[in-house]
Design a protein around this ligand. Structure first.
Ligand code: ADP
Ligand code: MG
Length: 236
């Protein structure tokens, strides 16, 4: 069988604070297979973002092991890690994180600059990804000209531009109204149907319902991990 996209064993992270070491994540064991759509849930402060930052190789664990697509992350050199991250993972954040003075196409193309792709091809791929999220006409616009939901679509296009197999999204609908959130979740669901593995943090049960599996954190530990229950039709 193929390696899981994500495998963590005994993963932990403690932060150094004035009061001493604070264990934000404690001995988490988890596997995520290619093609899964996983919602990470749990109250504020339960370690969700800490976990996502470790999955994204944006931070290093205090203990435990992390295998990303079968590769032991701790063994990789800084360059190998940057390359693996750039090639394998697309990131989506709550605050969209678009650069305000760059056009939408240039925002989407940014990961390709780091990947060393030449300008014409960058532009072409950025416009393709904008079209994929329904914003094909907006390549030359600035972020301030579009709505929050559209900005998050652009951020998703940017996450897709390197054709990653994994998308990590930390509360991507946290700044959006419920209707727009639903549209964004439909987009994630469509990408998942195309085969992209998605790990998405949310507080909201309605949002998590789009995922096939729900992993719940509390005080830095996984307290439940189960398939999303089938929706029961509600009587009017
Ligand atoms: P969540 O995303 O579930 O709200 P976080 O992973 O952001 O939770 O935080 C988990 C715990 O770790 C919280 O108590 C938070 O205050 C603490 N924490 C997060 N980042 C740091 C840091 N850089 N330094 C110290 N404590 C931190
Ligand atoms: Mg968080």
């Amino acid at each position: 069988m193929a390696d899981p996209v994500i495998r963590v064993c005994g993963l932990g992270k403690s932060y150094r604070t004035a009061a001493g070491l604070f264990p934000a994540l404690r001995e988490v064991d988890l596997e995520i297979q290619a093609g899964e759509f996983v919602a990470i849930m749990g109250p504020s402060g339960s370690g969700k973002s800490t976990f996502m930052n470790l999955l994204g190789c944006l931070d290093t664990p205090s203990c435990g092991e992390y295998f990303l697509t079968g590769q032991r992350v701790a063994q990789l050199s800084r360059d190998q890690l940057a390359e693996l991250r750039n090639r394998s993972i697309g990131f989506v954040f709550q605050g969209f994180n678009l650069l305000p003075r760059m056009t939408l196409a240039d925002n989407v193309a940014l990961p390709l600059v780091y990947a060393g792709v030449e300008r014409d091809q960058r532009q072409r791929r950025a416009l393709d990804e904008l079209a994929r999220v329904g914003l094909g006409e907006y390549g030359n616009a600035l972020p301030s000209r579009i709505s929050g939901g559209q900005q998050q679509r652009v951020a998703i296009a940017r996450a897709l531009v390197n054709s990653p197999q994994l998308i990590l999204a930390d509360e991507p609908t946290g700044n959006l109204d419920s209707h727009t959130s639903e549209e964004i979740m439909m987009l994630f669901a469509a990408l998942n149907r195309e085969g992209i593995t998605i790990v998405l943090v949310t507080h909201e049960p309605d949002i998590a319902a789009h995922a096939g599996r729900q992993v719940r954190f509390r005080d830095g530990r996984v307290v439940s991990d189960a398939p999303t229950p089938a929706r029961v039709p509600t009587a009017c």
